[in-house]
Write a protein of this length. Sequence first.
Length: 360
Amino acid sequence: MKSKFSRRDFLKLGGLTLGGLAFSPFLPGLTDFDDSFIVRIATAEMPVRKEPTDESRIELTWYRDELVHIYDQVTAEEPPHNPVWYRVWGGYLHRGRLQRVKTLYQTPPSAIPEGGRLITDVSVPFTTPYRYSKTYGWQPLSPPLYYGSVHWVVALEEGPPMADYKGAWYRIFDELDSNVSYYVPAIHMRVLPPEYMQPISPEVPYEQKLIEVNLSTQTLYAHEYGKTVFQTNISSGVPGDPTGGTGIPTTSPAGKFSILDKVPAKHMGNSYFSSETTGNLLADVDNYVLPGVPWSSFFTTQGHAFHGTYWHENFGAPMSHGCINMRTDEANWIFRWVRPIHASDAVATRGLGTVVEIHY
């Protein structure tokens, strides 16, 4: 496997990247694909209802990772916290367990600084990562990397020889699986601009910033000098303790905390490469492998965090195993606003953090 590109290699692969897209079976239907409003099914299955209500007849069912074209959006009477339904072929889908996605192909940079990293996010509905080992050769991994998930890129390389796509691939650094690399097509990853890492109001003193979370109303507030500068609805942990007292409850903890660590790209749940589990309280209700969870700001030593969410659009109701789920762009705002101030190329930052108060 070739680990570095010459200029000639890059130009050759770049030509394949841009010139061969419409003809590659790896990217079927590119020339006639309309992604003006597409959603990904982000749970095991989703019923299509005849009318925009859970009481209506089920007309058909869509399954995880299927892509559905949206024709219209309607606001119904239920559920009260999230009454938005999408009109699709055959009826209506509630948006709670859907992810709105796009297909935005990228042009990779000509080089990555030696020993450096690029922060990226997935810019297509999903992409299959591959691992390489001397023992097993190339293997596809599951689940895929999903739209909006965030990842560190450390190298441009050639990808799996059996893959239909023959352009440049990125080697991904994963802090959970740091000893084993995996690879994704570079055209599927957007290099994020510097502002995604730039601090927000760093001049405000530590003691004058506060995050407040109301679990009863599922609302988050950011305060400066006692005034609200940011407000949104969130999804906290589903109340209860499915471990029967032997583990960490899924209920989000109430109390006074501080931000402990900030991690731009966090692999939550199970490792790709082993049965090791780290922080199941961080995972989705029905997913235990979540690579690239974006913009995590941890506030307990058990692993509770504010973070972006690419697996549901049901904010205003508890959905997590204990963390505070946020829309990804809003989690990025919190990540940049809270202390400690994060260095742009750091995998994680620890330090004196902003105070967090969580209550009912």
